[in-house]
Design a protein around this ligand. Structure first.
Ligand code: RIB
Length: 304
């Protein structure tokens, strides 16, 4: 069983041919709305990978939460345990996606910023999870509470450093697995990380005792594996036609956690998580683009 402590948003996406310049208005965008938020995306990925998954989050008592709840009512393996904060809006993300599938995202956290340590502590104590997954779209005191409970309740923590917050540096040594992309790696280590070689350089100096993955999009993933004496290895990405990269990192984190929880080893979990992300970027949106496990296996079959 996996417990994800994280954000939940409604995503308002407009697909554009190109991003507007400052002060420019573009009028041929195509709009759609979909559930999103890094926490929810990771929870859906874990559930679609086949693991029983719980998402602990905070929402407003509003039409956005009703839309999300309704959209996900038939999602197998997923249970959402929301704290309802009346008077606050459910989190909202405005997303622009260009014709290369790249995105620009602005989030208004709304109720996500009200997620309380008490709610999270209660769920952790009652559910006794094996794996807990965290990201940074929730308050720092909630992240700290989970890290403090890790040894007492003896669960494994997967920590995704997205989106980067300065407090990441204070706690990065505590989780068992850390997942970051190249932008976050640069923010954490203060060194340019743009490809496989520069990722290897920063990981060679990594001072802590947990395993780290740097995801590099089309350049794959670089892993620092503590279980194998700090061995650094590279996993090339799968080549696909990119439609929308929104949620690709979340799909990786959710699938990786689910595969580890299902007993796969680190390398195989990374490989399957990369395959799931590759399928995700060929489709529009966040939650709606995340593949089910049989779709990931079918994708891998097409490569043989
Ligand atoms: O990682 C993608 C997600 O970032 C979107 O779903 C959006 O809600 C923001 O949280």
């Amino acid at each position: 069983m996996i417990l994800i402590v994280g954000s939940i948003n409604i995503d308002f996406t407009i697909k554009v041919k190109r991003f507007p310049e400052e002060g420019e208005t573009i009028t041929d965008g195509v709009f759609f709305q979909s559930p999103g938020g890094k926490g929810l995306n990771q929870a859906v990925a874990s559930a679609r990978a086949g693991e029983k998954t719980f998402l602990v989050c905070s929402v407003g008592n509003d039409v956005f939460w009703k839309f999300i709840e309704d959209y996900l009512k038939n999602e197998k393996n997923l249970t959402i345990l929301p704290e309802v904060n009346k008077g606050f809006s459910t989190g909202v993300a405005f997303i622009l996606v260009d014709d290369k599938g790249k995105n620009k995202i602005v989030v208004s956290p709304g109720a996500n910023a009200k997620l309380s340590s008490n709610h999270v502590r209660q769920v952790l104590e009652q559910s006794n999870p094996r794996f807990v997954v965290l990201q940074c779209e929730i308050p720092f005191d909630v992240v700290q509470t989970v890290m403090e409970m890790k040894n007492k309740l003896n669960f494994i923590v997967v920590f995704n450093t997205a989106p980067f917050k300065s407090w990441v540096r204070e706690i990065i040594h505590i989780p068992d697995f850390v997942i970051m992309n190249e932008v976050e790696a640069k923010q954490i280590f203060g060194k340019d990380v743009k490809d496989k070689d520069s990722a290897v350089v920063v990981l060679k100096d990594y001072p802590f005792h947990n395993s780290v993955m740097i995801t590099l999009g089309k350049d794959g993933v670089v892993l620092l594996n503590q279980e194998k004496g700090k061995k650094i290895s590279h996993f090339p990405a799968f080549e696909v036609d990119v439609v929308d990269t929104t949620g690709a990192g979340d799909t990786f984190a959710g699938y990786f956690s689910a595969m580890m929880s299902a007993g796969k080893d680190l390398e195989e979990s990374i490989n399957l998580a990369q395959a799931a992300s590759a399928v995700c970027v060929t489709r529009e949106g966040a939650v709606k683009s995340i593949p089910k496990f049989h779709e990931v296996l079918a994708f891998l079959q097409t490569l043989k």
